[in-house]
Design a binder for this molecule. Structure first.
Ligand code: ADP
Ligand code: MG
Length: 724
C-alpha cells in the first residue's frame, strides 16, 4: 500500500528507525519526514572550502583524504588513526581512536589517500589546525563499476540535511529514499488550475525533486513550489483564524455626546498627535461594529499607545463595559495603574474604579479586588497573569488590552477573551515589526501604527564607545555617568551577562553568550559593579544591581527604588522592562553592545530621554571597526527610527530571532519561507488565500489546503509544548 503524508513512521520505516528520527528531530509521520528539507546540496566533484568553516558548529562537507596514518598510543593502551582531509586548498585533521593497531590500520586503509566523501563533525581549532571532533563520514563509492557510471553520477547533487550526531545527513538521505519510492499521490494545496497559473510543480513532484534531484536545475522549481505552499498554508490559516473571531457577534460600544470619552478629552493637558487621532478613530469605528475588534497597535515606547488604549476603555465604559489590561510583569502593571489613575483624575477614577489584580497581592487584597471586578464596580482592571486565573470573573468584559504582546502567546489573549462575550481586543507592542513580519506573526490581527512621537520630548543621542581603537573611552564613559549623577539624574548600565566567571546569561535575553570566536561577554553585572565600586566618584553614589537570578520581590523593590530616585546608578541585565518609566533617568550605558540585537538595543535605550531631560546612550563595544558586530552597533547610533532598525535587524540576523519565543508555533512552521526576502510572495499568498476563502470559507473543495493547515496546526502545537 502506498504511503500518505499521515502514515506513521513506525509503519513506513519500522520501530528502530522511526524512534531514532523521532528522538533526533521530533518527527513521527511521513509528512514530517518529507518536510525535513536539505539545507543545501553538495557536488561529488566540488569540494567544500575548509577555510570558511565556522568554529564551534557542526558541519557536513565534501572533501578528499590526503593522508591517513595509523599509530600506537604512546602513554596508554589502544591506537589511533590520524587522517587529513583537504578541499585542495586548506586542510583539516580528523582523529579516530581504535582498540588496537589492527583496527586503526583497517580505518586507514578504508580512508585511503585520494578517496572522497562527506565528512561531518564539530569544527574546532587545535594548535592552528582545524579539526573535526567526533568525526563521522560516508565515502563516495569509487569501485571500478562506480567509476564507469561516474559521468552519469557527476551531476547528481548530494542533499545535505540538517543533522544530529545520532542521525547524520547521509543516514537521513538513505532512510528517505524508500519512503519517497512508496509515497503515493500527495494532495496539492492549490487547485490544479491555480497551480498551473502560478507555474508550480505538483506537490508530489516537488517533494521528490527537493530530496533527490537528478540535476541542479530541478532544485529551484521544487523549492519555489514548496515555499509557495508554505506561504499559502500559513496565510490561509491566519485569515481563517481572523474570520472565526469576526464571525462572532459583539455588543457595539457607542460613545455619546457628553459621555466619559468626551469629558476625558476635554481635560487632556495636551492635544493628541495626528497618529493617535487616526488610530483612535480606527478603534472607535471598530468598537461600534457588531463583530469583535482584533487590532494590533505598534508604536515605540512613549509614542502614546497607553493613551490610545485608555480612550478605548472609556468608550466601552460608557455602556457599562469593563476593560482588562494585562501586562507581563508586576512592575509594569503597577505602573499602568498609577499612570491611568493619574490621567483619569480624581473624579473619573472614582467613577471607573481602576483596580489592580496581581499574583503578589495578599489573599485578602486579591479577594477584595476580585469582588469589585466580578460585581462590575470596577470598569478598568489592570493585572498580570493573575487575570487569566479561573477565579477572575467579570460582570461584563467588553475590551481586552494586551500590553507588550511578544511576551504573551495567542492562547493567553484568547483565555482572557473567553471571560467575556466576544469582547473586543487590542494588542499593544513597542517592538516595531516590519509589515511582512506582522502579516505573518500577527496575521490574524488588523494593524495600526503610531509613528510620530508626542512633542516636547527631549529625545536621545547615541554614541558608540569603540574600545578596540579607543580604549581610553572606557574611563570617559564613567566620568560622563558621574557628571550626569552630579546633575541629579539617574543612570542605567546594561550588561549582557550576570556573572562572566560563571558564564551566566539572562535566560530571557536575546544576547548570544558567545561570539563567533567563542568569546563570552567581557562584562557581567557582578564584575562591573565591583569595578565601579573602585571608581573615585561612582564608588560613592547609590548603586544597585538587578538581574533575573534575584528573587522577584527583590527585583521589584530595586526597580521601585530606582523609580523613586533612591538609586543613582543601576547595573542590570535586560530584565529592566520595556515600558518602565523613570523620567529622571537620562543616561544609559550598554556594555558589550555588540552582543545585543539591533532592535533590542533600540528598545533598551528607549528607557531614557523620556522626560524633560535629554537622553544619552553610550554603546560600549570591543568589536573591531568594519566587523559585522560593529556595523550593527553603528546602525543603532545612526538612527532613532525603530522601523528602519527592525529592517536592519532582519537583514543582519535573520528572522528566527526577531519572531521571538512566544511565536514558536509560527517559527517552527517556517521552513523555506523567509519573512523578509519572501515579502512579495507572502503578500501574494495572502491575496490568493483571501480569494480561496471567499468562495470556499470552510475549504470543503480544497482538501489539500485544509489538510496542510491541519498538519501545520498539529506541528505547531507540538513545538509549543516541546521547546518553550
Ligand atoms: P506608550 O504606552 O506608547 O509607551 P504612553 O501612552 O504611556 O506611551 O505615553 C507616554 C507619556 O506621554 C505619558 O506620560 C503620556 O501621558 C504622554 N502623552 C501621551 N500622548 C501625548 C501627547 N499627544 N502629547 C503629549 N504627551 C503625551
Ligand atoms: Mg506603555
Amino acid at each position: 500500500m502506498a504511503f500518505a503524508l499521515d502514515t506513521p513512521l513506525t509503519d513506513a520505516l519500522g520501530d528502530t528507525a522511526a524512534r531514532s528520527l523521532e528522538k533526533a528531530f521530533g518527527m513521527t509521520t511521513v509528512g514530517e519526514m518529507v518536510g525535513h528539507y536539505p539545507r543545501r546540496y553538495a557536488d561529488r566533484g566540488e569540494l567544500t572550502p575548509i577555510r570558511e568553516l565556522p568554529i564551534g558548529e557542526t558541519v557536513t562537507i565534501v572533501a578528499e583524504v590526503v593522508s591517513s596514518k595509523p599509530r600506537q598510543m604512546k602513554n596508554r593502551r589502544g591506537a589511533m588513526t590520524e587522517v587529513v582531509i583537504s578541499d585542495g586548498v586548506g586542510c583539516m585533521s580528523l582523529t579516530f581512536f581504535a582498540k588496537n593497531v589492527g583496527q586503526a590500520e583497517w580505518r586507514a586503509s578504508q580512508l585511503a589517500v585520494g578517496r572522497r566523501g562527506i565528512f561531518s563533525g564539530k569544527v574546532s581549532m587545535f594548535r592552528d589546525t582545524l579539526q573535526f571532533a567526533h568525526p563521522d563520514y560516508e565515502l563516495f563509492d569509487d569501485t571500478e563499476a562506480a567509476w564507469k557510471q561516474a559521468d552519469a553520477l557527476k551531476d547528481v547533487p548530494i542533499p545535505i540535511y540538517p543533522a544530529t550526531s545520532a542521525v547524520q545527513s547521509w543516514q537521513f538521505a538513505k532512510l528517505i529514499i524508500p519512503v519517497l519510492d512508496a509515497l503515493g499521490d500527495v494532495p496539492d494545496p492549490l487547485p490544479d488550475e491555480l497551480r498551473r497559473h502560478e507555474g508550480l510543480l505538483t506537490a508530489r513532484q516537488a517533494i521528490d525533486s527537493i530530496h533527490r534531484p537528478q540535476r541542479r536545475d530541478e532544485i529551484g522549481p521544487a523549492v519555489r513550489t514548496l515555499r509557495a505552499h508554505e506561504a499559502l498554508t500559513l496565510q490561509t490559516a491566519l485569515l481563517q483564524q481572523r474570520e472565526q473571531v469576526r464571525a462572532l457577534t459583539a455588543t457595539p460600544r457607542r460613545s455619546s455626546p457628553g459621555g466619559l470619552l468626551e469629558r476625558f478629552d476635554a481635560t487632556l493637558p495636551f492635544t493628541l498627535t495626528a497618529d493617535q487621532q487616526r488610530v483612535g478613530a480606527e478603534i472607535a469605528d471598530d468598537l461600534i461594529a457588531d463583530r469583535p475588534m482584533n487590532r494590533l497597535i505598534q508604536g515605540e515606547v512613549g509614542s502614546g499607545k497607553t493613551m490610545v488604549a485608555l480612550r478605548a476603555m472609556l468608550q466601552v465604559a460608557e455602556s457599562g463595559g469593563q476593560s482588562a489590561l494585562i501586562a507581563p510583569t508586576e512592575v509594569l502593571a503597577a505602573q499602568h495603574l498609577r499612570s491611568i489613575t493619574r490621567m483619569l483624575g480624581p473624579d473619573m477614577s472614582a467613577q471607573l474604579f481602576p483596580t489592580l489584580l496581581t499574583g503578589q497581592m495578599s489573599a485578602a487584597e486579591r479577594r477584595r479586588a476580585a469582588l469589585r471586578v466580578a460585581s462590575g464596580q470596577s470598569l478598568i482592571v489592570i493585572g498580570t497573569h493573575a487575570l487569566l486565573s479561573d477565579k477572575t470573573t467579570f460582570a461584563d468584559l467588553a475590551l481586552v488590552v494586551v500590553d507588550e504582546q511578544h511576551r504573551f502567546g495567542v492562547e493567553q489573549r484568547e483565555t482572557l477573551r473567553a471571560k467575556g462575550t466576544a469582547p473586543h481586543a487590542v494588542v499593544l507592542t513597542a517592538t516595531p515589526i516590519p509589515r511582512t513580519v506582522a502579516m505573518t506573526v500577527f496575521g490574524d490581527l488588523d494593524t495600526s501604527v503610531i509613528r510620530s512621537m508626542p512633542a516636547g520630548r527631549a529625545g536621545i543621542q547615541t554614541f558608540v564607545a569603540p574600545l578596540a581603537e579607543k580604549p581610553e573611552w572606557f574611563g570617559r564613559v564613567w566620568q560622563r555617568a558621574a557628571e550626569e549623577i552630579a546633575d541629579g539624574r539617574q543612570v542605567f548600565v546594561v550588561c549582557a551577562a550576570i556573572d562572566t566567571t560563571k558564564n551566566t546569561v539572562e535566560s530571557d535575553s536575546e544576547a548570544p553568550p558567545a561570539d563567533a570566536e567563542g568569546r563570552g561577554p567581557s562584562w557581567g553585572v557582578v564584575q562591573l559593579d565591583e569595578k565601579l565600586g573602585t571608581h573615585p566618584t561612582l564608588s560613592a553614589v547609590h548603586r544597585a544591581v538587578l538581574h533575573g537570578k534575584m528573587p522577584s520581590e527583590q527585583k521589584d523593590a530595586v526597580m521601585q527604588a530606582f523609580a523613586r530616585g533612591e538609586i543613582d546608578l543601576l547595573v542590570a541585565t535586560t530584565v529592566i522592562e520595556v515600558g518602565v518609566d523613570v523620567p529622571n533617568a537620562s543616561m544609559m550605558v550598554i556594555m558589550d553592545a555588540d552582543r545585543f540585537g539591533v532592535s533590542q538595543l533600540h528598545q533598551l535605550r528607549g528607557r531614557v530621554g523620556r522626560g524633560e531631560h535629554a537622553g544619552l546612550c553610550l554603546l560600549v563595544t570591543e568589536a573591531e571597526a568594519g566587523s559585522l558586530a560593529r556595523e550593527r552597533v553603528e546602525a543603532v547610533a545612526a538612527t532613532t527610527d525603530g522601523f528602519e532598525l527592525a529592517e536592519v535587524d532582519l537583514d543582519l540576523r535573520g528572522e528566527g530571532d526577531v519572531l521571538g519565543a512566544a511565536q514558536a508555533g509560527v517559527k517552527s512552521s517556517l521552513r523555506l519561507l523567509r519573512v523578509v526576502k519572501d515579502a512579495g510572495l507572502i503578500a501574494h499568498a495572502r491575496d490568493l488565500a483571501a480569494g480561496i476563502l471567499e468562495s470556499d470559507p470552510a475549504l470543503t473543495s480544497h482538501p489539500g489546503l485544509r489538510g496542510a493547515i491541519e498538519r501545520r496546526v498539529s506541528e505547531a502545537d507540538r513545538a509549543a509544548l516541546g521547546k518553550n
